[in-house]
Design a protein around this ligand. Structure first.
Ligand code: UDP
Length: 318
């Protein structure tokens, strides 16, 4: 598992370990953290290695499956001074892991992204939509990096016979999100719990569709378990669309927070609408999300409450 100590990777490692699989987690901790995998470290079927996937590496022993989740994934962490590193991680990381899959005859799954659709002009987005990406914009390092990784996956499949799966992950949230990496769900919850201003970027009319992490993990595992006739790409997300303004109101209400909702500048190239068409996942993987936003937010709020206020039952700070 590449990127195994990050938000999604740590949940996927835990699920695989729980089901008895032997897991090697590799990560360079650029955005992941050891805390996320601490409970797994003592287990006999889990091991960890610090490794930057953008550099060549090999693995001893037999590998049957590879999940590539290695990449910073929030706009605040993949862009700016990290932009070149992000593209290298996407592209060189994909090449190194595909080479590893080829050598081991392993099935390899790419955690791709709804960002391959850019700022979409078609709603909802199905896998056949080719996207609207600004290739010189501030998000391009991630969007184009992930698009290039997808093209590498299909080239290794066609030319080298590598067994691939490509899963396009839409906005996902839940425990183990990084508290301060700028993503909207973690930002709003932490701001509300701390009684700080809840920062809506733009007028809050832009939409996203939020998938709880457990559903996302189930989708990736279903894709990996599907036969070699199914390469994807397949969308993985929750098709319930909500505006960011509405999300802010929901979080403030759920946390019973005194926070004010304030409006700040919208970042460049922020997609206006995003919503997955998950017909393909339903048909080919028998998968659809099960956890509602209300339920998932409750679980995520409980997680951040425990993190922010470890020594008390958890309440809104004055
Ligand atoms: N956003 C916001 N306030 C924040 C963080 C994000 O209004 O404190 C907005 C952001 O502009 C975007 C949406 O929430 O429209 C989702 O942002 P996120 O970074 O979580 O994901 P992405 O833009 O990659 O979908």
């Amino acid at each position: 598992m590449a990127g195994g100590s990050g938000f999604l990777g740590s949940h996927l490692c835990a699920a695989l370990v729980r089901s008895g699989q032997e897991v090697l987690c590799i990560d360079n901790h650029c955005t992941g953290c050891r805390e996320n995998i601490r409970a797994l470290l003592p287990l006999a079927n889990f091991s960890y290695r610090e490794q930057n996937v953008a550099l060549p590496f090999s693995v001893d022993g037999k590998i049957d499956q590879i999940y590539n989740l290695a990449c910073p994934a929030s706009p605040a962490t993949y862009g700016g001074k990290n932009a070149i590193f992000t593209t290298k991680t996407c592209v060189l990381g994909a090449i190194h892991l595909l080479d590893l899959a080829k050598v081991h005859g392993a099935t390899i799954l790419q955690a791709s992204t709804s960002e391959v659709y850019g700022d979409p002009t078609v709603h909802p987005q199905s896998e056949s939509y080719r996207g609207n990406v600004n290739c010189i914009g501030v998000r391009a390092c991630y969007d184009e990096g992930k698009r290039c990784a997808e093209s590498l996956f299909f080239d290794y499949h066609r030319s080298e016979g590598v067994d691939i799966r490509v899963v396009r992950i839409f906005n996902t949230y839940g425990p183990n999100m990084v508290m301060n990496d700028g993503r909207v769900v973690s930002n709003f919850i932490c701001q509300a719990l701390l009684g700080k201003d809840v920062t809506v970027f733009g007028d809050g009319a832009q939409t996203r569709s939020f998938c709880y992490v457990d559903d996302c993990i189930d989708c990736m595992r279903a894709a990996m378990a599907s036969g070699p006739n199914f390469t994807g790409p397949v969308n993985c997300g929750n098709p319930v669309e909500i505006s960011i303004g509405e999300l802010a109101r929901m979080v403030v209400a759920k946390t019973e927070s005194p926070s004010r909702i304030v409006f700040c500048q919208l970042p460049a190239d922020d997609p206006f609408r995003r919503c997955p068409d998950i017909s393909l996942a339903r048909q080919r993987l028998g998968w659809s999300p099960r956890i509602s936003l209300k339920n998932g937010l409750d679980r995520t709020i409980a997680y951040f409450r425990a993190k922010l206020f470890p020594n008390r039952a958890g309440r809104v700070e004055p």
